[in-house]
Design a binder for this molecule. Structure first.
Ligand SMILES: NC(=O)N[C@@H](CC(=O)O)C(=O)O
Ligand SMILES: [Zn+2]
Length: 449
């Protein structure tokens, strides 16, 4: 008879991906926030074997009925908007949205008001995240004060306060010497530099990419070089400084070529791509609807194909959502005037599962790794694996569940998505952080010992 005392959560009949990528039916036992055991299903031979003692409190039991249980998803590029833009999102609403999307760890960008360029704001973000008590929130700090590109922030103090890396995301660092100084300092502290790659002089006033859509509407488009020119500059600077350099939301074939070359000669560069840049091109934009406006913009079908291949061959390391909520009023200003950005937490997994796994291009294992183990590896996080002794950050996903994307059901305050009305499968139904259900709690059942 197996005798586990003090089990807090017992997930029965889960479908779990093994090391070699196969699905196995398993029970998962959680104690004190950690995975205590992963038992092949049916391990209880008799009623006696079901004796899982619980001395302290009610144990939660969840019959997963064959649903996929993965390590909690990790999203290393998100915008939570607090402090300063609470009408778009708060850390609470953003964390709730993340949980609803199956994410248990998220890294938030510093383009808040004030900008997260000082230790107090880093601490404020961490404090609000703790209050929300939902998912793990890791703050990035700005490279330059106010993200203005003029003066470096105090990297040491920001690291000390809890920042996990430096980025001016939302804008590119325009000055090469500034970027080199940032990389030199970050390298000395063992911290990564995360770059929003965009040369301002090439994009002024533009809002869609150079492609068929721009041509059809007779407007000037954002050229691919505006992104790649920074990637090229920065991989040279990364080579010179030895920093861990991470490229944000890669969207062009040209950037990929440069990252591939840099990786091949041993530069410490990693990169991310967003679901929308893998699924949509500029030719899908239905009209002047700002829910299709984001930065970087949707590029050509050729760029989309290059991004998919780069993720597949490891040139791009990870998937991120770039969750960027804006209010309905802001987005109603139209393509020209509305801010860039779309929400991403709640559609990410179903979108990628439906488009790439169901259609047979990727294995489930590949998709899950790019959202769990790989981001953990790239950023040195102690997360992303479902194994005995690991913190029980888990996502339960119903691969059969098909739903139409309906922004009114989102937990985020943002409704700005181009995916409204899409039929998608593979929806998260429960998320646990350190063994505690933070989404879908109603699915568990309490039993007293
Ligand atoms: N991605 C976007 O379109 N917008 C982001 C900024 C950014 O990540 O570049 C935002 O803060 O709204
Ligand atoms: Zn960005």
């Amino acid at each position: 008879m197996m005798n586990y005392s003090n089990v807090d959560v017992w997930i029965q009949n889960a479908s779990v991906l093994s090391e070699d990528g196969q699905l196995q039916r398993s029970d998962i036992l959680i104690q004190d926030g950690k995975v205590l055991a992963i038992l092949s299903s049916g391990w209880y031979q008799s009623a006696d074997d079901r004796m899982i003692e619980n001395e302290n409190e009610a144990m939660l039991v969840y019959d997963a009925q064959g649903k996929l249980v993965t390590p909690g998803l990790i999203d290393m590029h998100v915008h939570l908007r607090e402090p300063g833009f609470e009408h778009k999102e708060t850390i609470e609403s953003g964390a709730r949205s993340a949980a609803q999307g199956g994410f248990t760890t998220i890294a938030c960008m510093p383009n808040t008001k004030p900008v997260t360029d000082n230790p107090e704001t880093v601490k404020l973000v961490l404090g609000k995240a703790k209050e929300a008590n939902l998912v793990n929130v890791l703050p990035y700090a700005a490279i330059t004060k106010n993200e203005l590109g003029r003066e470096l922030t105090d990297f040491e103090a920001l690291k000390e306060a809890g920042a996990i890396g430096f980025t001016d995301d939302g804008v590119g660092v325009q000055n090469a010497q500034m970027m080199k100084d940032a990389m030199t300092k970050a390298a000395a502290l063992g911290m990564p530099v995360i770059a929003h790659c965009e040369d301002d002089s090439l994009v002024k006033g533009l809002y869609v990419s150079e492609g068929e859509f721009a041509k059809k509407h007779g407007i000037k488009g954002i050229p691919n070089e505006s992104e790649a020119i920074h990637v090229g500059r920065d991989v040279l600077l990364a080579e010179a400084t030895g920093v861990h350099y991470h490229v944000c939301h890669v969207s062009t074939e040209q950037s990929i070529r440069l990252i591939r070359l840099a990786k091949s000669i041993g530069v410490n560069v990693t990169a991310e791509v967003c679901p929308h840049h893998l699924v949509l091109s500029d030719e899908d934009i239905p009209g002047m609807d700002a829910n299709w406006k984001m930065n970087p913009p949707l590029r050509t079908p050729r760029d989309v194909a290059a991004c998919i291949e780069a993720l597949e061959d490891g040139t791009i390391d990870i998937l991120v959502t770039d969750h960027a909520p804006h209010s309905a009023e802001e987005k109603a200003k139209g393509m020209l005037l509305a801010p860039f950005g779309i929400v991403g937490f709640e559609t990410a997994f179903p979108l990628l599962y439906t488009e790439f796994v169901q259609k047979g291009r990727w294995t489930l294992d590949f998709l899950v790794r790019r959202l769990t183990q790989d981001p953990a590896r790239v950023f040195g996080l102690n997360a992303g694996k479902l194994q005995v002794g690991a913190t029980a950050d888990l996502a339960v996903i119903d691969l059969e569940l098909e739903k139409i994307v309906d922004p009114d059901q989102f937990a985020t305050k943002g409704r700005n998505t181009p995916f409204t009305g899409r039929a998608l499968s593979g929806w998260p139904v429960m998320t646990l952080v350190a063994g505690r259900p933070v989404f879908g709690a109603e699915l568990t059942q309490s039993v007293n010992s």
